[in-house]
Design a protein. Structure first.
Length: 439
């Protein structure tokens, strides 16, 4: 998850990146890397665990293992989601980036368009064991269809509804909600005496996008037209955004303070028994790190409008995940390729995805029994049957910034007691669409 500092930052910076790429200039787009520094690699890892310290504890033993096998020392930096995209965009324009980095899979097409990342053609995939090792849904979020992927899948994720069993029992709720109406009804039973039904990250732009994209699918909206043009103000898109913000503004099952959340505070509230439900990707490892036992919480498919999860208007998650990318101008191209091979090996996929509670995108690792428990089984089922990929268009990161900011501002209105109406939602989305580049 991440929060971008301002809508204009990502948009302007990415526009510069694309301009550099189009002109063929800039060190980030020249050449194919070298092996001038064969003994070291710099790796930017995204913050996947409960804290940066947890990530270092998970990753450092594996990096030491890689160094022992290859003689290559990996310099690790765990970058918070709030900083990661802007750090990457700055690196693509300056050419001063890491050798290997994590990217959110929704950014693949945008960063691919910059020309700064190594293209994973068949030859490069062969160096890490072949493309057919990876699950098809994970490969679907590695770049624009028909082009060589800009990254390799590392962790696969999907959204689910996590619920506090004790709080449900105390409220007389016998089973988790399957529809949004049921979620609101259950949330109202719980939201009193300082406790709340649902947690949210109102200032986290990408989390906002993930939620409204899914609700958009459920309302028959995609936010982009079939020819790739922004379509943020359709009736379905407006209804999706309003339904999400109304969980705070009208239904009052989200605490007003959640409008300022952007650093996984909603997970901490859940772990402390302050909120009874949270919609999240692979949260089990974080709950464990925050002191919850596995029997204190349950997991269920994220809600739909009616019926059961599936395709189309029954979509209940975006295809979430983390990819590994290599900067084209790395000074250790062979070492970077070896590192990607190591991180996506069957053995490491089991270790890393177990640690984070995510699903391996590598087929052989995914079949391990460790990923068949109640928590991960629900995620696997969602990925296989009812998840949809965010639009794989070059403007996707700008979409996240612009619409994510609109939702953030609407949550701020709700928290302050200002009315959130269909008209105000549409006005925010019109402003967001005007911020998108014209083709």
């Amino acid at each position: 998850m991440r929060r971008i500092r301002a809508a204009a930052v990502g948009t302007v910076t990415l526009s510069l990146v694309l301009a550099v790429s189009a002109c063929g200039g800039g060190s980030s787009t020249n050449g194919g890397g070298s092996n001038d520094s064969p003994k070291t690699l710099t790796y930017w890892a995204s913050n996947q665990g409960a804290s940066i310290a947890v990530d270092k504890k998970v990753l450092q033993p594996e990096l030491d293992k890689f160094e022992k096998q290859t003689g290559i020392k990996v310099k690790l930096e765990v970058v918070p989601w709030s900083d990661l995209l802007n750090r990457i965009l700055t690196a693509t324009t300056s050419g001063q980036g890491p050798d290997v980095l994590n990217i959110g899979n929704t950014w693949s097409a945008s960063l691919q368009a910059s020309g700064a990342l190594l293209a994973w053609d068949d030859k490069n995939f062969d160096k890490i064991g072949g493309k057919d090792r990876f699950v098809e849904s994970a490969l679907g979020s590695t770049g624009v269809q028909g082009q060589d992927p800009a990254a390799v899948p590392l962790y696969s994720m999907a959204y689910a509804l996590y619920y506090n069993k004790k709080m449900f029992k105390e409220a007389g709720i016998e089973k988790p909600p399957a529809t949004w109406d049921e979620l609101v009804a259950d949330g109202k039973k719980i939201s009193k005496n300082g406790k709340w039904g649902l947690g949210a990250e109102g200032s986290n732009l990408s989390n906002n996008i993930h939620q409204v994209f899914v609700l958009g699918k459920q309302h028959g909206a995609d936010f982009f037209s079939a020819d790739g043009k922004p379509d943020f103000t359709s009736d379905g898109a407006v209804a999706a955004v309003k339904q999400y913000v109304d969980l705070m503004a009208k239904d009052k099952i989200i605490a007003p303070g959640n409008a300022e959340y952007a650093q996984n505070q909603s997970l901490s509230d859940f772990s402390k028994g302050k909120t009874a439900m949270v919609l999240w990707q692979t949260a089990s490892a974080t709950f464990t790190a925050q002191g919850m036992s596995d029997d204190e919480w349950g997991v269920a498919p994220a809600p739909v409008q009616s019926g059961t999860p599936g395709q189309g208007t029954s979509t209940n998650s975006m295809v979430a995940g983390i990819n590994l990318a290599v900067f084209k101008n790395t000074k250790n191209i062979d070492g970077a390729t070896k590192f990607v091979k190591f991180m996506t090996s069957d053995a490491e996929q089991k270790i890393l995805n177990k640690a984070y509670g995510s699903i391996p995108p590598v087929k052989a690792a995914q079949s391990d029994q460790a990923f068949s428990g109640p928590a991960t089984a629900a995620l696997r089922e969602t990925l296989a049957t009812s998840a949809a990929a965010l639009p794989q268009v070059p403007e996707e990161s700008q979409f996240e910034t612009a619409v994510g900011t609109a939702v953030k501002e609407l949550f701020a209105d709700a928290a302050a007691g200002r009315p959130v109406t269909t008209a105000s939602v549409k006005a925010k989305l019109e402003k967001a669409q005007q911020q998108m580049p014209t083709k």
